[in-house]
Structures are given as C-alpha cells and as structure tokens.
Design a protein around this ligand. Structure first.
Ligand SMILES: *[C@@H]1O[C@H](CO)[C@@H](O)[C@H](O)[C@H]1NC(C)=O
Ligand SMILES: *[C@@H]1O[C@H](CO)[C@@H](O)[C@H](O)[C@H]1NC(C)=O
Ligand SMILES: *[C@@H]1O[C@H](CO)[C@@H](O)[C@H](O)[C@H]1NC(C)=O
Ligand SMILES: *[C@@H]1O[C@H](CO)[C@@H](O)[C@H](O)[C@H]1NC(C)=O
Ligand SMILES: *[C@@H]1O[C@H](CO)[C@@H](O)[C@H](O)[C@H]1NC(C)=O
Ligand SMILES: *[C@@H]1O[C@H](CO)[C@@H](O)[C@H](O)[C@H]1NC(C)=O
Ligand SMILES: *[C@@H]1O[C@H](CO)[C@@H](O)[C@H](O)[C@H]1NC(C)=O
Ligand SMILES: [Ca+2]
Length: 569
C-alpha cells in the first residue's frame, strides 16, 4: 500500500527546491542532530496542558540495525534510523514523560507515522515494536507513559503509597499517554520532513496484548488519530481479563485436584491430535477450535499415559507466564486422571457463579492451560496450588491497592472473582476496561482496523475478541441482520482468528502457522495461508480451503453472561 504516487526521493528534492527559508535535511545524518530536531519541535504548548522541553532532545544515528524479533509481527529486515528522544511535562504537575521516535532516512520516508505500545504492564516495547514502522518508511514512536523511564512499567508507578493509587499514572496508562505520543509524533514528523500542509501524513498503530488494549483505547476515543490500526489479542475488558487469570486456580481449588503440568500438557496434546482433522486438513493445527469444542469429548483422554523428563527450570522468558522464571520440576509420569480432565473441562466452560450463572468467557479447546499453575512440594512429593502471578498482581495493585500479592487463595471463591470483575467494571470503566463499542467517529473519519487473535491463545481468551467484534456490530448496526452487519463492518473493521497461534506468538504445540500466515515447518514450509475473516471459518474440502458460514460454530463462541447485571461489551 503506497500512500501516494510521489517517490520519496522526488518528494524531498521537490521540497528542497521550493523551500528557501526552512532548514532542509536530506540525509539521515542531517536529520539526526539535536539542533535540527530542536528547530523542528512543535510549539512547546501546542497541546493544552503540556510543555515540551527542547533541552531534553537526544539523537543518535543507528546504521544497519536488524529486526531482532525476526518474523512474529513483521519480517526480518535491516535498516538505519535516527533514534531520537524528548521529554515533556504536564503543566502544574512537575512530572516528566519521555517519548522516543525512530526517524527514517529522508530518502526512505513514506509520509507515514506509526505509534507502538507495550505488553503486560509495560507501555513501551522498544526495538521489539519500532522496527515495524521504520522498515516501511514510517516514523515510529513509543512512550514511557511518564512512569520513570522506558524500562519502568506502569505497575511500578501505580501506587503512591499503600491505599493511594496514582490516578495520573492510571489515566496515562489507560489512554492519555498514547494520545500525546501520537499528537507530538505526527506534528514532529511533518516538521522534520518538511511536509506541506496539503500532503497527507498516513498514521498507524501496531500492538498486541496490552499493546492491543492501548490501540483500542485510542480507536474508541479519537476518530482522527490514525488511518489504520493493527491490533492483536487486546487485553481489554480489563477487570474481567485480569481477574480471569485466577479462575483456573479456583477451579483446581474447588475441585480439590492440583494436576502436574505434564498431565495438563498431555490433555492439550491429545486434544490437538483428536481435533486436527476436524478442519479438513491434517497439518498439526486445530484451525477449528469451535468444532473441537462441539464434537470432541475430553473424557476420552482419561487413562492415557504421560511422561515428562525432570527439568531444571529457566530464568525467565519461558513459555509459561512469559516473563517469569520457571521453577525446576521433577520427572512426571502417570496416566491422565478423570480429575485432571474435569479441571480442563471446567476451565474451558468459563467462570460461573454459585448460582450457576455465567460470569465470563474462557479459552478455546486445544489452547494450553497456562493459567492452571501448580507447584511441586518436594517435602510432600505432591503438587500444590501456585497463585497465578498475573491475576495476583491485578488484585494487589488495582483491587487491594497495596501491592501485596495474595500468597494463597484462602476464602476466594467463584463469587469472589465475580465481585472483583463487576466492581472493576465500574471503577475502571473510564480507564482500563477499554471496551466502548461505538466506533462511529473512527469509522466516519475513514479509519480501518485489522484485529487479530491467536485461536489457541492461552493468556487472553480468543472469545474475548469475538465478543468485542460482536458488541461493535450490534451497537453500530442494530437495524441490520447479522450477516448484513458483518458485511458492513468488514469495510473498515476486520477480525481474524489465527489458526493455532498462541498469545501474540507462535505456538510450540501447533507450529505450522505464524501470525502472517506463513507455514513455518513441514512440507508446506514458506507457503502463505489465507486466514478467514470472522465470522467465516476455515474448512478444507478436497485439499482446498474455503471460508464457510457455520451458525453452530459461531454460537459456540458466544456466552450469555447472565451473572452480570449490565451489558458486558
Ligand atoms: C550499512 O550497510 C551497507 C550495505 O550493506 C554498507 O554499504 C554500509 O557501509 C553499512 N554502514 C555502516 C555504518 O556500517
Ligand atoms: C536511543 O536513545 C536513548 C536516549 O539517549 C538511549 O538510551 C538508547 O540506548 C538509544 N537507542 C539506540 C538503539 O541507540
Ligand atoms: C505496602 O506495604 C507493604 C507491606 O507492609 C510494604 O512492603 C510496601 O513497601 C508498601 N508499599 C508502598 C508503596 O508503600
Ligand atoms: C506435547 O507435544 C509436544 C510437541 O509435540 C512435545 O514436545 C511434548 O513432549 C508433549 N507433551 C507431552 C506431555 O506428551
Ligand atoms: C505441518 O504440516 C504438515 C502438512 O502440511 C505435516 O506433515 C506436519 O506434520 C506438520 N507439522 C507438525 C509439527 O504437525
Ligand atoms: C492489602 O489490602 C487488602 C485489602 O484491603 C488487605 O486485606 C491486606 O491486609 C492489605 N495488605 C497489607 C500488607 O496491607
Ligand atoms: C510473511 O512471511 C514470508 C516469509 O516468512 C514473507 O515472504 C512474506 O513477505 C511475509 N508477508 C508479509 C505480509 O509480511
Ligand atoms: Ca488441521
């Protein structure tokens, strides 16, 4: 998608020829000086309530960098850029917010700007996200949210003291920091590259997980901020999403069975084997978790034997809980018990209250059970409850507001989880919930969203994205039929469920497909795969993939959250 027919070099030469009084930089080195950037800063008060600090500008040229993530969100590439940072403050507050922009070589600039976000409690993901702009000729921006530094996450800044939440941090994390990042970034881009007022600057967003929530926080509030957003597995509907991480723990506690991780992994492996072919193609990937849910009975796994060698653990960035270290585990072997299968089924059913009413949705069948955390007690030789850290952090920070994580779940029941979800819905409605379903201003301004979610996500249920898409459809097209509304939405908001993919990542248990739908392993390696746009679902017929409409499958993605007294968008 080229934004216009001008070649970037022609554009910068034309600008050079026409501007006599403005300083024009034609090389990356020219652009990348403190003096040049200072001369191009927007007026210090161009956003009401903030003051830019010209003396804070830093610049350095980075030549021939390469994309370290190598393919999960954008292909590998090598590129040069100007790394520039700037500080600003909110008037009357005495704070400091840092923003970072990677500026492309003027010869490669394509009249584009990209904002990027974070993950977990981070609002910044640096060189794991910024290449996605620079490699396409866009200025790429990121913010520290005012949390203290690019390496400081919101949770570290959220409490002023026990019991006292820092509401500025909450609002900055919720949505304000991104709006300011884009506003400053777009004006700075225009100035640095001497764009004429009549030339359009195309503006985009890319982010996944918390970065996905951050993207929606803007699309839901500001119609004209971005032309397009690519949003993955958003951590929105925050109080539900974060609290549901504790649901699997409460399932094990309620059922009184704490499975060894190997036993749950065996259940996942057997589910994948059993459901692989339901999509019509045996390729190691369950592309139809809905058919798996409708047609596969997990009870058939009872009695299968499992085995996992002892492991010495890892220091972090492992599969489980992503950024956290994993403990050493002993050799595990046995046969899958009916208790473990009951845990699996209950987790997949999703949270219900003590009256049996549905409170929230859950993971798809064939996703792994990342939230079923247990720990080995070497003294008793038994597996015991281990409190899920993401869930515990939410309760400590935003419910109890004292940062003291629950060390056990004594006294916590399904109804407690429900209360936390519903009270958070009210308390964080204007900041973190991020599920406002009316996107009219964005749609009217011509904005487009590609929203994607791994169908085997083990951290944010895939059905969470389906629910939001459905909320937008029903709120914005109340008078159209389901299929007419879906078609209208497709013009500007498309949802893709990525077969087999895990949370903002490939899935080691279903390794054939990546987020860009490229076959990574096996005989079809390198081939591109089509992904069906929701509500259509993939089905291979005689070796050819079709996108089919299947009402029973669609229904299986929807939950009637009848335990919650208000609509849950
Ligand atoms: C960057 O790579 C290009 C092409 O490979 C090379 O010509 C150039 O010297 C490199 N620049 C630096 C600073 O290493
Ligand atoms: C970008 O600039 C910041 C601020 O000076 C610095 O901390 C960071 O290391 C720089 N990054 C690169 C890749 O040069
Ligand atoms: C809150 O209280 C805990 C336990 O007394 C203490 O360790 C912690 O430092 C306190 N946190 C803050 C932000 O004051
Ligand atoms: C599950 O499958 C993965 C990938 O094939 C394998 O590495 C792992 O050992 C299996 N786990 C169990 C418990 O069988
Ligand atoms: C990947 O797909 C191919 C067929 O497309 C299959 O032969 C191969 O076994 C699959 N890989 C895995 C790990 O399942
Ligand atoms: C944190 O707050 C919770 C809820 O108010 C309270 O039960 C707990 O004792 C507090 N912890 C500390 C260390 O103050
Ligand atoms: C997806 O990845 C393949 C190779 O892995 C690459 O050839 C292709 O250009 C990528 N597609 C996009 C849209 O980035
Ligand atoms: Ca398959």
């Amino acid at each position: 998608m080229r934004p216009n027919s001008w070649s970037p070099r022609a554009l910068s030469l034309a600008t050079l020829a026409c501007s006599i009084t403005t300083v024009v930089a034609t090389t990356l080195k020219d652009v990348c000086t403190v003096e040049y950037v200072q001369s191009k800063l927007p007026a210090s008060d161009f956003i009401q309530g903030i003051t830019l600090d010209p003396s804070s500008v830093t610049t350095n040229v980075v030549y021939n960098a390469s994309n370290p993530t190598n393919g999960a969100f954008f292909p590998a590439a090598s590129f040069s850029y100007c790394n520039m940072t700037l500080a600003y403050s909110h008037n009357g507050r005495g704070d400091q917010v840092l923003v970072q922009y990677w500026l492309p070589d003027p010869a490669k600039f394509e009249n584009r700007y990209l904002s990027t976000g974070g993950g977990g409690y981070a609002i910044y993901s640096g060189d794991r996200s910024l290449p996605g702009g620079i490699m396409y000729g866009a200025v790429a921006g990121a913010t520290d949210g005012g949390f203290g530094s690019f390496n400081t996450q919101a949770d570290a800044a959220m409490l002023l003291s026990n019991g006292t939440l820092d509401y500025e941090t909450l609002y900055m994390f919720g949505y304000k920091a991104h709006w300011e990042l884009s506003k400053i970034g777009k004006q700075l881009t225009r100035n640095v590259f001497n764009m004429k007022d009549s030339t359009k600057l195309y503006s985009y967003y890319q982010g996944c997980s918390e970065g996905g929530r951050e993207g929606w926080s803007q699309v839901q509030r500001y119609g004209d901020e971005w032309d397009g957003a690519a949003i993955g597995a958003p951590a929105f509907r925050w109080s539900f999403q974060q609290t549901q991480h504790l649901y699997s723990n409460i399932v094990t506690k309620t059922l009184g069975y704490y499975p060894p991780p190997c036993e749950m992994e065996k259940i996942v492996n057997e589910t994948i084997s059993a459901c692989d072919s339901l999509d019509g193609l045996v390729d190691g990937v369950v592309s139809r978790s809905d058919l798996c849910e409708l047609h596969f009975d997990l009870s058939t796994i009872v009695g299968k034997s499992y085995y996992c060698a002892a492991s010495s653990g890892s220091s972090g960035y492992g599969k489980r809980k992503r950024q956290m270290a994993t403990a050493a585990t002993p050799l595990q072997k046995g046969t899958v018990s009916k208790e473990a299968v009951e845990v699996a089924k209950e987790v997949i059913r999703g949270l219900r209250d003590s009256e049996g009413r549905q409170v929230y949705l859950s993971y798809q069948t064939a996703a792994d059970f990342d939230d079923v955390t247990t720990q080995y007690n070497s003294e008793t030789g038994k597996w015991e409850l281990e409190v899920d850290q993401l869930g515990a952090e939410h309760i400590a920070l935003l419910v109890d507001k004292n940062g003291t994580k629950l060390s056990n779940l004594d006294g916590v029941t399904y109804d407690t989880l429900k209360d936390w979800m519903i009270s958070g819905m009210q308390e964080y409605g204007s900041t973190l919930q991020t599920n406002w379903p009316d996107l009219t201003p964005f749609q009217k301004a011509g904005g487009k969203v590609i929203h994607f979610h791994g169908e085997a996500d083990n951290s944010i249920p895939t059905a969470s994205s389906v629910r939001y898409w459905e909320s937008v459809r029903s709120i914005m097209y109340p008078d159209k039929s389901y299929t007419q509304g879906a078609a209208a939405l497709r013009d500007w908001y498309q949802l893709y469920l990525v077969p087999g993919a895990a949370h903002c990542a490939t899935n080691p248990l279903m390794p054939n497909v990546t987020l860009n739908a490229t076959v990574l392993q096996g005989e079809h390696v390198g081939e591109n795969r089509q992904i069906c746009g929701w509500p259509l679902r993939p089905k291979w017929k005689k070796g050819k993939m079709e996108c089919e409409y299947d009402q029973a499958s669609i229904n299986s993605w929807h939950y009637d959250l009848n335990a919650v007294p208000l609509p849950v968008y």
